[in-house]
Write a protein that binds this ligand. Structure first.
Ligand SMILES: CC(C)(COP(=O)(O)OP(=O)(O)OC[C@H]1O[C@@H](n2cnc3c(N)ncnc32)[C@H](O)[C@@H]1OP(=O)(O)O)[C@@H](O)C(=O)NCCC(=O)NCCS
Length: 194
């Protein structure tokens, strides 16, 4: 198909799908790796946590559904729409989740999302994973801007964003529906070279 954009291509197609999804080190023994079918029980269990349920309204309800999600994650990589990683200790024990979503190679933007299991919180897991993913996405893949949003009532997520260089750009009023109603959302972004 003939390209209709007036701006030159910055990221060549195939930069993701041309290789297997990488395992990314995040320091301190953390490894981010693709999800495996054996992770389904721990992934499902994460969504039983009340704190996580406060902020994540899209939740799997069965192990079978988790496996469907993992399959969708694999397709995201193949279609260059996103990447989804388990944050693990040395590649084995799952500690959390991190994802790059909504990849747009025309504007070179994407957004990020994460959670950490209750027992692993407060030890720098989210911030180390997000820092490593950001460097990879900006410097190796060539994205220019990564966005992150969270409810204004979620100070922990705000702390992760700020610690990882995602400047607060503003508040999206009444932007997301949670179980207890609509929330204002902070928009943060990390921009390459800024
Ligand atoms: C938000 C969440 C991912 C943080 O993960 P974590 O691994 O505990 O975060 P880190 O240890 O890397 O913390 C990084 C920074 O965030 C802030 N932070 C983390 N937990 C916090 C808390 N409970 N209260 C206030 N600030 C907090 C701090 O500024 C911290 O930096 P510091 O340790 O130098 O003080 C985790 O609490 C979680 O999964 N919560 C439930 C789901 C969720 O909120 N997902 C994000 C939706 S947008």
């Amino acid at each position: 198909m003939t390209r209709a954009l007036s701006t030159p291509p910055v990221i060549a197609s195939g930069v993701l799908s041309g290789s297997p999804q990488p395992v990314l080190p995040a320091g301190g023994g953390l490894l981010m790796r693709p999800w495996e079918p054996a992770d389904a029980p721990v992934f499902l269990s994460a969504y039983q946590d009340e704190e996580l349920r406060r902020w994540h309204t899209r939740r799997p309800s069965t192990g079978t559904q988790v496996l469907e999600w993992f399959d969708a994650y694999r397709q995201d990589w193949e279609r260059e729409k996103g990447g989804h990683w388990a944050i693990t200790r040395d590649g084995t024990e799952v500690l959390g989740r991190i994802a790059l979503r909504g990849l747009d190679f025309d504007d070179c933007v994407a957004d990020v999302a994460y959670w950490v299991l209750p027992a692993a919180r407060g030890a720098g897991v989210a911030s180390r994973a997000l820092s490593a993913l950001s460097v990879w996405a900006l410097d190796e893949i060539g994205l220019h801007r990564l966005e992150l949003d969270h409810s204004t009532r979620n100070p922990a997520s705000c702390g992760v964003a700020v610690k990882c260089g995602y400047a607060l750009e503003g508040t999206k009023r009444s932007a997301a529906l949670h179980d207890d109603g609509r929330h204002d959302m902070h928009l943060h972004a990390r921009v390459r070279g800024v």
